[in-house]
Design a protein around this ligand. Structure first.
Ligand SMILES: Nc1nc2c(c(=O)[nH]1)N[C@H]1C(S)=C(S)[C@@H](COP(=O)(O)O)O[C@H]1N2
Ligand SMILES: [Mo]
Length: 502
């Protein structure tokens, strides 16, 4: 048996095993598909520096990159199993069994798999071994006549690949039969007590190259540990509020949206935002005030954190005093920019707290809220080196520099955004090439929880390369610090510098 034939046999065995498991998972428990389970476990076990790198280098595409890397690893493992068979078939088969066991533990270790789900990775083992033995046999010239062997081996291989692909497709269709799309349609639009008007015409500077005030749902940044977003129908959703409360509350979706619904324009920022980066977006949210629910539950005075859990096991620790601040706007949101929450943004219900980074406040697919102490429960990112309190730091960034239209030669228009959620921005300044600071013109105010857009015209910028910097001041007098700090452990700082040529 040649090395390529052996390697191909191994790769196809792994493909067939994964296809079979995905098929079984589609019917018993979608979260138990080993490929996805291994991916999710990999995310949880990735060392923080690598995860931070992934988020900063690939942003919202970090999952796609992981998927591709895993695919590559699978090909390498599969090929190794096949090549091992040249030495000893038992060794090759054992390798497949070992991979199956790893997949089984990964599936069992997911917070959202049911025990029955173990059938999926377990089914992968016999399929993988059988396909490997079969193909290795076909690839061995002594076993099948030398002349027919190559062509018929390739034919058999193609058939196995098609079979694996079909199984995966059927499994995927079965998992998608959890009809979230229909559930979103059924949820439809909701009517807040205070509908928001669209941002004032002067709120953004799109014509000068700046971003739009409201970020479309498709453009809104996405960060989560979920390899495959949970598919929860609103009809199946419920939330339990418990722990250090006088009265436990359990709510289903209908009971949640029966309550007064309020609209809020809120800018989200991820703690992984790097100066000048993209992990910041704004939307109109509609939901229920979390404070009201907690007042009803009666929070005991010793409670320190609102510990929220998602259906896929992510947890966030939010300070009780922030959630309970009147007017702060901590919310259980059901609607984003006039649409039911997109699946990737937490359908059917997510939490949000203006002024806190997402990792300590914005739990998507939320199903549980426990009032507890910081000593009693640590949230997902805390043991991974991030602060358990996460107030958003004042920040500003430059989004574009353009030759000004109609103005004198050598004038450039600089546009950007600034944010200091829950407090608000009172001024932004820019300077070119380290010169004097000049005030930018602020766009119309979109509320203290939303970003503030700005533009400035810098005159007498000669031909050649230049830099422009910006800095913001908050309505409380806080001036954005020049001191550079990385995102970990509680958010980046520093002035954004933008290079341009005239
Ligand atoms: N279930 C769940 N919710 C989550 C996260 C997660 O990993 N899982 N990530 C948080 C982080 S770090 C951020 S910044 C926000 C991002 O929300 P978005 O993806 O809707 O923009 O969601 C938060 N909610
Ligand atoms: Mo985040």
């Amino acid at each position: 048996m040649s090395v390529p034939a052996a390697a191909l046999s191994g790769v196809l065995a792994v493909l067939a095993a994964l296809g079979a498991a995905h098929l079984v998972a589609g019917y018993v428990d979608p979260q138990s598909s080993p490929y996805l389970a291994v991916g999710s476990s990999a995310i949880d076990r990735t060392p923080p520096w690598l995860k931070d790198f992934g988020i900063s280098a690939f942003g919202s595409n970090d999952k796609l990159v992981l998927l591709l890397v895993m695919g590559l690893v699978m090909v390498i493992f599969g090929a190794s199993a096949g090549v091992l068979c040249r030495r000893s078939r038992a060794a090759g088969a054992s390798f497949i069994v070992l991979l199956g066991i790893v997949g089984t533990f990964a599936a069992l270790g997911r917070p959202d798999t049911e025990t029955i789900g173990v059938l999926a990775p377990l089914s992968a083992i016999p399929v993988g071994v059988a396909v490997l033995m079969f193909l290795v046999h076909r690839a061995t010239p002594e076993a099948v006549g030398e002349r027919v062997s190559r062509r018929s081996f390739l034919g058999t291989s193609a058939a196995v690949a098609v079979g694996a692909g079909l199984s995966a497709v059927v499994g995927q269709r079965a998992r998608n039969s959890v009809d979230v799309a229909a559930s979103r349609t059924a949820v439809g639009t909701v009517t807040p007590t205070n509908p928001l008007s669209p941002p004032a015409p002067g709120a953004d500077f799109v014509a000068d190259g700046g971003p739009s005030f409201i970020t479309g749902n498709g453009d809104f940044y996405r960060v989560d540990t979920s390899f495959d977003p949970p598919r929860i129908r609103a009809e199946d959703w419920s939330l339990r509020i418990h722990g250090m409360v006088d009265k436990e509350i359990t709510l289903d979706f209908a009971q949640l949206v029966e309550r007064p619904l309020v609209a809020q324009r809120v800018t989200f920022t991820c703690v992984s935002y790097e100066v000048g980066g993209d992990l910041v977006s704004t939307a109109d949210w509609v939901g229920v005030q979390l404070r009201d629910l907690l007042l009803e539950a009666g929070v005991r005075s010793a409670a320190e954190q609102v510990y929220s859990t998602s259906s896929d096991g992510f947890t966030a620790s939010t300070p009780v005093d922030v959630v309970m601040q009147p007017g702060r706007g901590a919310m259980l949101a059901v609607n984003m920019n006039g649409q039911p929450l997109p699946v990737e943004h937490g359908f059917p219900v997510r939490m949000l707290v203006p002024g806190l980074y997402g990792y300590v406040s914005a739990t998507k697919w939320i199903t549980d809220i426990e009032l507890t102490t910081y000593a009693a429960a640590r949230a997902y990112w805390t043991p991974r080196g991030w602060s358990d309190h996460g107030p958003i730091k004042i920040a500003s960034k430059i989004t574009a520099v353009r030759r000004s239209v109609g103005a004198s030669r050598n004038t450039v228009t600089v546009t950007g955004v600034a944010w200091y959620q829950a407090i608000g921005i009172s001024a932004v300044q820019i300077r070119v090439d380290g010169g004097g600071w000049q005030n930018a013109r602020l766009g119309a105010d979109g509320g203290k929880d939303a970003w503030r857009m700005w533009r400035a015209d810098a005159a007498d910028v000669g031909g050649g390369s230049h830099t422009v910097e910006c800095r913001a001041t908050g309505t409380d007098g806080t001036m954005q610090t020049e001191k550079m700090a990385p995102p970990a452990p509680d958010g980046a700082t520093g002035w954004h510098t933008f290079a341009f040529t005239v």
